[in-house]
Design a protein around this ligand. Structure first.
Ligand code: SF4
Length: 323
């Protein structure tokens, strides 16, 4: 199936999951308030990886809403990394001195249930994504200390090849920009999108792109995902960032298997991210002591280059901090 067909046939309403056997009617009814608050979008490819007989299937937990999302805890905030407070012009987040985030699209190939931009992709969408890119390009030209542009969620792999190429061309004319980096879940949840036309557009300028994939569990490294990575690795630097998620990957043996499979696919495990306190995500929280114990165990059983750095974003810091 082409990626356009995948988008056209994706699940968009929670009720659709009942007839396909992912949820009972009662479970779907319980999720009404969640679907009013947060978007739901699930491609059939990623849904096909769900073990329907396992209520705690790690793919299910990442993809299908749970009633816990409607709980609002005081420590959870809408914009945990303060994207909106570091927005000098529309579509730019400038938090670190020599690199910026450029937000191309609010669209994602799936709305991950643990997303730290959950509110920014939902009720606050227009705050982060409205406005033409012209002002952003002008800002980048004027700020000569900026060396790297990072394309981050929504998912930059969801823009058209034409729009991507135009953006990269505009950036390639700004001489102080040395690197472009893409953070994407598309190879995980919609690998058919990473076709050769897209890879050509991604690599059509002077930049050798850095692509940071977001695989969280070894089950996600399917034949289709490996094909997407194979197409990318010829022309891009591939790193992976996982988020530490309760009941998904909070076991050393799961992350060890993930890191080994990533390496076989030509991807270096780079970061293991402590979950940010975003609204509607506390049921995924793993405390830092447990996280450290998991990483210690990984160190005993893997060579150093396969152990990701366990990091946390602290608002106000000039870089991510080791946990
Ligand atoms: S792809 Fe990234 S930005 Fe989009 S919902 Fe998933 S985690 Fe959030």
């Amino acid at each position: 199936m082409s990626w356009e067909q995948e988008i056209a046939t994706a699940f968009r309403k929670i009720e659709e999951l009942v007839s396909e056997g992912f949820l009972t009617e009662e479970q779907a009814q319980r999720l009404e308030s969640v679907s009013e608050k947060y978007q739901f979008f699930l491609p059939r490819y990623y849904a096909s990886l769900i073990d329907k007989s396992d209520p705690m299937c790690p793919i299910r937990l990442q993809a299908i809403p749970r009633w816990e999302e409607s709980l609002s805890k005081k420590e959870e905030i809408a914009d945990p990394l303060q994207d909106l407070q570091h927005q000098p012009v529309p579509r730019i987040t400038h938090r670190y001195a020599n690199r910026v985030l450029l937000h191309l699209t609010p669209n994602c190939s799936m709305y991950c249930r643990f997303c730290f931009r959950k509110s920014l992709l939902n009720e606050l969408k227009s705050d982060l994504f409205s406005g033409a890119l012209t002002d952003a390009f002008q800002y980048l030209k004027n700020q000569t200390e900026i060396q790297e542009v990072i394309f981050s969620g929504g998912d930059p792999f969801m823009v058209s090849e034409g729009a991507l190429q135009q953006t990269l061309q505009a950036l390639s004319h700004i001489s102080h920009i040395k690197r472009v980096r893409f953070h994407t879940r598309v190879p995980v949840t919609l690998p058919s999108r990473v076709n050769s036309t897209f890879v050509d557009a991604l690599t059509s300028t002077r930049f050798r792109p850095i692509v940071v994939t977001h695989f969280n569990h070894p089950k996600e490294l399917t034949h289709q995902a490996l094909e997407a990575l194979f197409r990318l690795r010829e022309k891009a630097v591939l790193l992976n960032q996982s988020v530490l998620l309760k009941n998904v990957n909070d076991e050393a043996h799961v992350l060890i298997q993930l890191c080994e499979k990533l390496f076989e696919a030509g991807v270096l495990p780079y970061y293991l991210h402590q979950l940010d306190s975003a609204q509607g995500t506390s049921h995924f929280y793993v405390d830092e002591d447990r996280g450290r114990a998991i990483v210690d165990e990984m160190r005993k059983r893997l060579p150093g280059y396969l152990v990701p750095r366990y990091v946390i974003d602290i608002v106000g810091d000039s870089h991510k901090r080791e946990v």
